[in-house]
Design a protein around this ligand. Structure first.
Ligand SMILES: C[S@@+](CC[C@H](N)C(=O)[O-])C[C@H]1O[C@@H](n2cnc3c(N)ncnc32)[C@H](O)[C@@H]1O
Length: 286
């Protein structure tokens, strides 16, 4: 297969998040909640501001916006239908069903010009095949003087994760075919593009955003023990497991073997310090 087209890559990413979405609230939200709150604090929305959670997943940033400006002024969108469905149920459970959640591609937003005063995008921009196209859309839907913020992870590959990946590959060799596919390789290439936040700052400036600033933060996520860590990582690998056609019994065996393998790690290995960067830029007033 030649290098995937933008449409193929987007469809692949959408399917990947459709598969991961069911476990997102339970297993992935602990990773994303603290940076979501931080991004909204750094964006400092004021009373009356219209806010957008872009590439919203299950809407953690939308919830943080709503706590400040009220649900009526908040919108959220994501390319994954299943993430959007999960976001709607989570928001409903939290009494926030008035947040408007839609399926939308960040590179082609269905919002009018100048609609939002604040846009928060948590760990999404590194999934857009053409980030400049998406950031021009952000610039278009921002009101003059409005601010947009993007979070990206700092580098991180703890021994625990390396061991998980190696052992999963030994247990489910078919995953290697998925991992070596041109789409997975291209996905790896685009998601690692903003390891250096200066690259993202440059694209933000090219899209017309000004006063671009970076803030670096750290937080700790505690996975508690091997079973919880394995369940979280397997929920993110859901698509690969489906493609490898694992039945329920095989899945349970794989899970048991992974838990046994990682149980030799000390308690502190499950407590992870994560670094991330928040980049904020504004649409010029004139
Ligand atoms: C790492 S998740 C982060 C989710 C959420 N922002 C959070 O902080 O929990 C990345 C999200 O980007 C979404 N995404 C990927 N490509 C997208 C695109 N082109 N347009 C909109 N959303 C996209 C995925 O579906 C996924 O929900």
């Amino acid at each position: 297969m030649a290098r995937p087209t933008v449409a193929q890559l987007k469809a692949w990413i959408r399917d990947d998040y459709d598969a991961a979405a069911l476990g997102w609230e339970r297993h992935m939200a602990p990773y994303f909640r603290v940076p979501a709150e931080r991004l909204v604090t750094d964006l400092a929305p004021q009373e009356g501001d219209r806010c957008l959670d872009l590439a919203c997943g299950t809407g953690l940033i939308a919830r943080a916006f709503a706590a400040r400006v009220g649900a009526d002024l908040v919108a959220a969108s994501d390319i994954s239908r299943v993430q959007v469905r999960q976001a709607r149920s989570a928001l409903e459970r939290g009494g926030l069903s008035r947040i408007d959640v839609a399926v939308m591609d960040a590179e082609s937003l269905d919002y009018p010009d100048g609609r939002f005063d604040r846009i928060g995008c948590g760990f999404g921009v590194n999934h857009f095949p053409r980030p400049l196209v998406a950031l021009r859309e952000v610039h278009r839907v921002l009101a003059p003087g409005g601010r947009a913020g993007f979070t990206v992870w700092g580098s991180h590959s703890p021994a625990l994760r390396v061991r998980f990946d190696e052992r999963l590959l030994e247990l489910v060799p078919a995953i290697a075919d998925v991992a070596d596919s041109p789409l997975e390789i291209e996905f790896g290439r685009i998601t690692s593009r903003y390891g250096n936040p200066r690259t993202l700052a440059g694209v933000m400036t090219e899209a017309g955003l000004v006063d671009v600033e970076r803030r670096s933060h750290r937080f700790t996520v505690d996975h508690v023990d091997a079973p919880r860590y394995v369940d979280a990582m397997l929920s993110r690998a859901e698509r690969d497991l489906r493609e490898a056609r694992l039945g329920d019994r095989e899945r349970a065996e794989v899970r048991g073997a992974l838990v046994a393998e990682l149980s030799s790690f000390p308690r502190e290995a499950f407590v992870m310090r994560r670094a991330y960067h928040v980049l904020i830029g504004a649409r010029p007033i004139a």
